[in-house]
Design a protein around this ligand. Sequence first.
Ligand SMILES: C[S@@+](CC[C@H](N)C(=O)[O-])C[C@H]1O[C@@H](n2cnc3c(N)ncnc32)[C@H](O)[C@@H]1O
Length: 213
Amino acid sequence: MRQHVNPLSRFFQLEKDLPGIQELFDDTDLPIHLDIGCGRGHFLLSMAACNTKWNFLGLEIRESLVIGAEKERVELGLNNLSFLFCNANVSLKNWFLNFSERKVKRVSIQFPDPWFKKRHRKRRVLTPSFLSLLAENLDTGSELFIQSDVHSIMNEMVNLIDLSKCFNSKYSDSQLSSISNPFHILTEREKYAKKKGLQVYRKLYYRNSNDIK
Ligand SMILES: C[S@@+](CC[C@H](N)C(=O)[O-])C[C@H]1O[C@@H](n2cnc3c(N)ncnc32)[C@H](O)[C@@H]1O
């Protein structure tokens, strides 16, 4: 992995104007799967090729990875996929407000951050306010998928989601290590974890009809 960036630095706290869905996809009627922290985009490149009835949008804070992923997307001629360079915690709110047309029906946060240490907690993607933003913008029945090979990070995400009371799952928290990947396409980190024999924790949620507190 190339050098990580500090999402709290002044540069990454500047909001970016993200393009609307007309500029991102050929068929704007399709539901959108949003992948937060998509890395080099290998997961989305395969998902978009196999699932032509969905649009896919990857957000990534490291610009060089987005440039590489976009290059591959163009080479593969995938018009149901886009990658955007931004700090999701800073720039997604206005995109939802101005452009998403409530088309986002699935969000994935897979092996998020490199920020395992407690003192770096503030740099993590899934904060309480970010979860509220997702809950506000997902209709009942929309999916939220999380996975990680770091047990403490997974537990924190699960606790946060449970506390919000906005998402249900058919899986219990004791099943985190036995749930398989529902998409059958591995992310870059997931391939690495598999190769190294690391335990991966996963959970798939559905937005329920509860209001956000
Ligand atoms: C450990 S990597 C995992 C990449 C990919 N999801 C995978 O499973 O292979 C986490 C990714 O999230 C990105 N990231 C971290 N914080 C972010 C943020 N606030 N906005 C967008 N991307 C972020 C990092 O740059 C990194 O590429």
